[in-house]
Design a protein around this ligand. Sequence first.
Ligand SMILES: Cc1ncc(COP(=O)(O)O)c(C=O)c1O
Length: 405
Amino acid sequence: MVFMVARKDFNRYMMPVYKPAEFIPLKAKGSFVWDKQKKKYIDFASGIAVSSLGHCHPELNKALLEQSKKIWHLSNVLTNEPALKLAKILCNKTFAEKVFFSNSGAEAIEGAIKTARKHAYVNISKKKNGIVAFSDAFHGRTMMAIALNGSDRFVEGFGPMPGGITHHPYNEIKNLEKAINKNTAAVVIELVQGEAGIIKAKRDFIQKIKRLCKVHKALIIVDEVQSGAGRTGTLFAYEQFGIKPDIMCCAKGIGGGIPIGAILTSTKIAECMQLGSHGSTFGGNPLACAVAEKVMTLLSKKTLLNGVKKKEAIFVEELKNINNEFKCFEEIRSSGLWIGCKLNVRENFNLDTMMSACYAKGLMILKANNNTIRIAPSLIIEDKVIREGLKILRSAIQEQLQHQQ
Ligand SMILES: Cc1ncc(COP(=O)(O)O)c(C=O)c1O
């Protein structure tokens, strides 16, 4: 009944681009969420890989509360100390020397493309503006981001798209030299594709991109919006791929649940973005930066990042056991606490039936692609909660498969 009222209001007042689950979350703590009926859920989703330290972490609550008593908003004509502190920690912990703050991942992608094109325009040639993106990419929902995503489902009806973008099959080395050429200003890549179902870039693919970008003086933009902030077991995924980004985009997990995005780059590249060439009213908001600074400090701890790998091993082992029992997954893919289980889809056993069954039993999971269960819990989820959640997943699978017989 409560949900029916909310559904009515949703249909009445909201643009119909989302279809929320049939319960209303009321409060959350750590890896648990409670709905309006006081039903408890284990959270294997953390938003969509956002609440990297779980819900309402006491230290993040404290950072938010303290900042809220000082100052909420500053325009960009004033010095913003929380933003400076966050920029400093991001530079100290990564390849970067300069930061620009945005509000979201897509906004970071927009700024990164602008920076790369301006860099080529100022330093190399005014005609060098090509951007190479990859099949099954996901970079967000703005016009530039959907143009980079490329797939019809994102762009249909929204044209004309921004020009100068070409797509190449992800992980395919063949013909890469045709895609990345003297006109290329930048290549934009996810080192692990999340929305596509946790697909890792192959080393030789990355090495060839690196070589070609060097030859053609093209920049490498690494999209770490979902893979960053400890998700893959290192602070950023690029650390595992033998590559140093020229520009990196982050968002999601770096704010731990507060909206923030960032573009990270070198001083040399940043220099092409002269005064007034880019900006954002809310980017670098003091409340967001105070929380993100605390998130980044906590995430940088070796023990936390090692914990991600240990917890990944628990997930993978238990998921393999489930698969041995039910043959329900075609493949289990993982990169830290970012796990994709490609379903062995059968009649009445698919992503939608699995999502509903998990919600009914008190487990929140995610979809990726149209055939993969995505798991992206808090990076500090307790081992026993992982096991509890996987018991629920097992029982949902068992129930679904029994329905078939
Ligand atoms: C890899 C990647 N890039 C960009 C985005 C867009 O981020 P936002 O939704 O914050 O605009 C997302 C969001 O899911 C993402 O996963």
